[in-house]
Design a protein around this ligand. Structure first.
Ligand code: NAG
Ligand code: NAG
Ligand code: NAG
Ligand code: NAG
Length: 435
């Protein structure tokens, strides 16, 4: 059995590549870059697109997945456009670089693997496990194999396999294995996690981009990167997202361990719940929303998450989806208090849009009331400019069978901290561009 429950972090200096020290525990922290897919640092960046094209693309990806119900045990929400934030990491020995989507809505860390029988087109070189000296298949009887949540019945095969399908019917299947993951931290050090359980995908299809080689799951299930790092980083990660379409949006950071502490003035926290049905998701309780100091709307809808929770937080979903009644109350109140003419969304994605050519309009006081955490939202969390003369509310309604999602526009300019040990989520208002 691999000692996967207490991964040891090995710090390697880039130049010598020698292992110089090992550290674990709550004092240890590191930071990697979190790259928005439309930023100049992304392999998907298209310099010919303008700001509004990028915004429209983001919304289109978000909305085109809005086509069905979340069923049984799918690991990612239907609205999650997953591809929004990317991270660079390496797999194996010697380290083989990959670019993967960082996804807080799913668990498994996987990359396309040679030989690839049924893979989506990948422009980047593909990981070949036979060339990694540290790659080991996991046996079906290993406790690590249970991370997959699959029935890996040993009577059929000796080795562990995984299969994950996402809300939009994309999927990945292959061998479940352990290998070293390495990440370059922003301090210049390289941080290595030996014996991390990863999926070596031999059958992957769906809405995956040719410039991305896999997914890094940051969800709540045992296979996710944060759960596997566990006590080595105190179960903590955080990020600070810059405004959408921001051309220097490459400055987003993903912090781990003590670098992910969210504390001090303005920091608030709310409990994280585990939904019985959707165990990967960070489920929260949103009690109410306010528009203006006197106008508070309470959330009364039953959620399919079950228990106390009624919304999940996800970095890969663009819009915020509120239970449909709450959404209409919220949107109408904003519409009534914003002194602008209603108009149609030129792209026909969003419902509540207003005419203005300047950003010099008055936005009412808007707040989200999570259990124990009141968040005041700013203009950039609520309204998104979709053309030179139109802004739209970056919110939509979730029907009864859909999951409500606190999306990434609402998280802009907050330091958002996930603590899977204390099971709490923290927010602190912050200028993320300046970080
Ligand atoms: C992938 O990146 C290359 C440049 O590295 C670019 O030419 C190509 O269009 C990109 N493909 C997609 C699907 O974005
Ligand atoms: C972060 O929190 C941990 C545990 O509470 C503490 O040991 C560590 O010193 C803190 N780090 C920073 C940078 O505040
Ligand atoms: C643990 O979570 C609660 C919210 O559920 C929060 O109030 C408290 O500050 C957290 N403790 C630590 C040490 O982060
Ligand atoms: C809010 O309510 C208070 C007291 O009822 C009232 O004085 C105030 O004018 C109201 N504010 C708004 C913006 O309606």
């Amino acid at each position: 059995m691999a000692p996967i429950f207490s991964l040891v972090i090995v710090i390697i200096f880039l130049i010598s590549t020698a292992v110089v020290s090992a550290a674990t525990g709550p004092d240890y922290g590191f930071t990697v870059e979190l790259i928005h897919r439309d930023s100049p640092k992304s392999p998907m960046y298209n310099p010919l697109e303008n700001h509004y094209h990028r915004v429209a693309d983001t919304l289109r990806r978000s909305i085109s997945h809005n086509t069905g119900l979340v069923t049984n045990t799918v690991e990612a929400p239907i609205y999650n456009n997953r591809g929004e934030y990317l991270m660079k990491l390496s797999v194996g020995t010697p380290p083989f670089p990959i670019i993967a989507v960082a996804d807080t809505g799913s668990d498994i860390i996987w990359t396309q693997c040679e030989p690839c029988t049924n893979c989506y087109q990948q422009d980047l070189p593909m990981f070949n496990p036979s060339k990694s000296t540290t790659y080991r298949k996991v046996s079906c009887s290993s406790p690590v194999c249970s991370f997959t949540g699959e029935d890996n019945s040993c009577s059929f095969k000796p080795d562990c396999t995984y299969s994950i399908s996402y809300g939009d019917n994309s999927h990945s299947q292959g061998d479940f294995a352990v290998d070293t993951l390495t990440m370059g931290s922003t301090s210049g050090r390289v941080v290595a996690f030996p014996r991390t359980a990863i999926g070596c995908g031999h059958d992957n299809a769906g809405s995956f981009d040719a410039n991305v080689s896999g997914i890094v799951g940051l969800g709540l299930g045992p296979a996710s990167l944060i759960k596997q790092m566990g006590s080595a980083v105190g179960g903590k990660f955080s990020y600070c997202l810059t405004p959408i379409g921001n051309d220097d949006g490459g400055s987003n950071k993903l912090n781990f361990g003590s670098n992910a502490n969210v504390s001090g003035s303005g920091a608030v926290s709310t409990p994280i719940y585990i939904s019985d049905k959707f165990k990967s998701f960070y489920s929260l309780k949103l009690k109410a929303v306010s528009v203006g100091r006197n106008n508070t709307f309470y959330s009364t809808a039953n959620s399919i998450l079950g228990g106390k929770a009624n919304i999940i937080i996800d970095s890969g979903t663009t819009l915020t989806l509120l239970p449909v009644d709450l959404y209409h109350n919220f949107a109408k109140a904003i519409s009534n208090s914003i002194n602008l003419q209603r108009t149609d969304d030129p792209n026909q994605f969003l419902e509540y849009c207003f005419e203005t050519t300047t950003d010099d309009y008055k936005v009412p006081f808007i707040a989200m009331h999570f259990e124990g955490a009141n968040l005041r939202l700013q203009r950039e969390n609520v309204l998104i400019r979709v053309s030179d003369n139109v802004i739209c509310l970056a919110f939509a309604g979730a029907q009864d069978n859909d999951i409500s999602i606190y999306g990434n526009i609402a998280q802009i300019n907050f330091l958002v901290g996930y603590d899977v040990t204390n099971m709490s989520l923290s927010f602190k208002p912050m200028n993320c561009v300046a970080m």
